[in-house]
Design a protein around this ligand. Structure first.
Ligand SMILES: NC(=O)c1ccc[n+]([C@@H]2O[C@H](COP(=O)([O-])OP(=O)(O)OC[C@H]3O[C@@H](n4cnc5c(N)ncnc54)[C@H](OP(=O)(O)O)[C@@H]3O)[C@@H](O)[C@H]2O)c1
Length: 411
């Protein structure tokens, strides 16, 4: 008996999955009691040289692949919503388990694919859609059996983190750091998805579904990229021991899910302070265990393949009567929507323009200050002065108990 796998795409991820199935053949056979074989690979360009065994079908025609006499698992390692969604629907309807690394497609269509998979008694693996090699989805699934999750924070885009690290360490401009990221293969020729926060946004929506069983309304989620951060701001923050990080956050306030994707400042006490370069990290706050921090490679051929192969084992072993467990339904911890004071770095206003409701803690330069106030007050000010940019300052000293009362800085 063999498990027959088709891989859609043979780029960084597809090739990594193919090579890992070969290199870990014995481990997989021992775990599953069956050999795992790649039966087919879907590509776009037939002219490219690829190191694929002769017996594997290499095709540009999805119909040829989906009509193979035996096919058990389809791995999606192509880019974008279409045609991946359409292919995966067909794979489920044919009775295959599916595994995807494609966050854009899964953020848009995950719910539909999971429902369809439930109808067809097959499983969906999507570990690789968030934070590459970090096993955050499996960790959440395990944790949510009893714990209630209050909040998730994450550095989930390695390109943005690399750029911010370079800007601080080498005192480079945003443009120079981006150029270096492109030269090193960490950023696409068109970096919009990464530096404007779209990629992080998709990952946040996947996390929200797993942790809270739902998503915030997409249009209510603040999405701010890193393009507004200047070397001057980074230097001013650095003098006070703060580091800029691009952080996603999701938490429940009353009945509402509040999500954000934005640059924030991190104090030394926060676990994200030392997450540098292309590394990713996630903080999960839950009621029994408290805070868990996971850190590791958020992308790359083998880290991502690791997530896909872990899913391959998961879908092969999962109990088909409980398919919809993939999205959690455990109750989330209610948190206050109270107006509590946080620390912020704000810039773009003169001292006289700060009203008494925004008490100054420290002046960093003519127009850059640290203040202590509520988010509501900051937003009011931002409406009044379009030149104002503001960054919450996160620290890592909150315990779960005080989070329950004022569930952390609401970034
Ligand atoms: N790279 C990472 O570290 C990473 C990490 C986590 C998740 N992901 C996600 O994984 C997916 C793949 O990323 P990647 O970096 O491996 O991309 P990539 O290197 O650009 O490779 C994409 C592959 O998909 C094939 N392809 C694209 N569109 C296709 C279509 N319509 N029909 C058939 N084949 C098609 C391409 O074929 P040709 O080779 O013929 O051009 C190529 O082999 C993306 O959704 C990405 O967001 C990537």
């Amino acid at each position: 008996m063999t498990v027959k796998v088709a891989i859609l795409g043979f780029g960084t991820v597809g090739e990594g999955v193919y090579r890992t199935i070969q290199s870990h053949e014995r481990e997989l056979e021992a775990l599953l009691g069956k050999k795992v074989e790649v039966a087919a690979v879907l590509i776009q360009n037939k002219q490219k040289e690829r190191n694929i065994a002769k017996e594997v079908l290499i095709t540009t025609d999805f119909n040829e692949l989906i009509n193979l006499s035996q096919l058990d698992i389809v791995v999606d390692a192509i880019v974008g919503k279409d045609p991946a969604f359409n292919y995966l629907k067909q794979a489920i309807e044919r009775g295959c388990h599916i595994i995807t690394a494609n966050k854009e497609m899964f953020a848009h269509h995950g719910k539909e694919l999971l429902a369809l998979a439930g109808e067809h008694q097959v499983s969906v693996g999507f570990e690789a859609t968030v934070a590459g090699g970090i096993p955050i989805i499996q960790t959440l699934r395990q944790l949510l059996k009893v714990n209630r999750v209050g909040q998730i924070q994450g550095i989930v885009n390695g390109t943005s983190n690399f750029i911010l690290t370079e800007m601080r360490e080498k005192k480079q401009s945003f443009a120079d750091a981006l150029k270096l990221a492109q030269e090193r293969g960490f950023a696409e020729a068109d970096p919009t998805n990464d530096v404007e926060g779209f990629d992080a946004f998709y990952k946040l929506m996947v996390l929200s579904r797993v942790a809270f069983g739902n998503e915030p309304d997409w249009k209510d989620v603040e999405r701010v990229g890193i393009t507004s951060i200047t070397s001057e701001l980074i230097e001013a923050a650095d003098q006070f021991g703060f580091r800029f990080k691009h952080v996603v956050s999701i938490q429940k306030e009353g009945d509402k899910l509040i999500g954000s994707v934005r640059p924030v400042l991190i104090r030394k006490s926060h676990p994200f302070y030392h997450v540098e370069g292309v590394e990713n990290a996630l903080n999960v706050y839950s009621d029994i265990v408290g805070r868990i921090t996971l850190q590791g490679p958020g992308a790359g051929m083998f880290p991502t393949a690791s997530a896909v192969i872990e899913d391959l084992v998961y879908v092969s072993q999962s109990n088909h009567d409980k398919k919809l467990e993939a999205y959690s339904v455990t109750e989330a911890i209610p948190s206050s929507n109270g107006s509590f004071n946080d620390f912020w770095l704000i810039s773009g206003l003169s001292k006289t323009e700060l009203s008494p409701s925004i008490p100054l803690v420290e002046q960093l330069s003519d127009q850059t200050f640290i203040v202590e106030t509520t988010k509501e007050e900051i937003l009011r000010k931002a409406k009044e002065y379009s030149s104002l940019s503001y960054y919450p300052i996160l620290d890592g000293t909150q315990t779960f108990q005080n989070k329950k009362e004022c569930i952390t800085v609401s970034i």
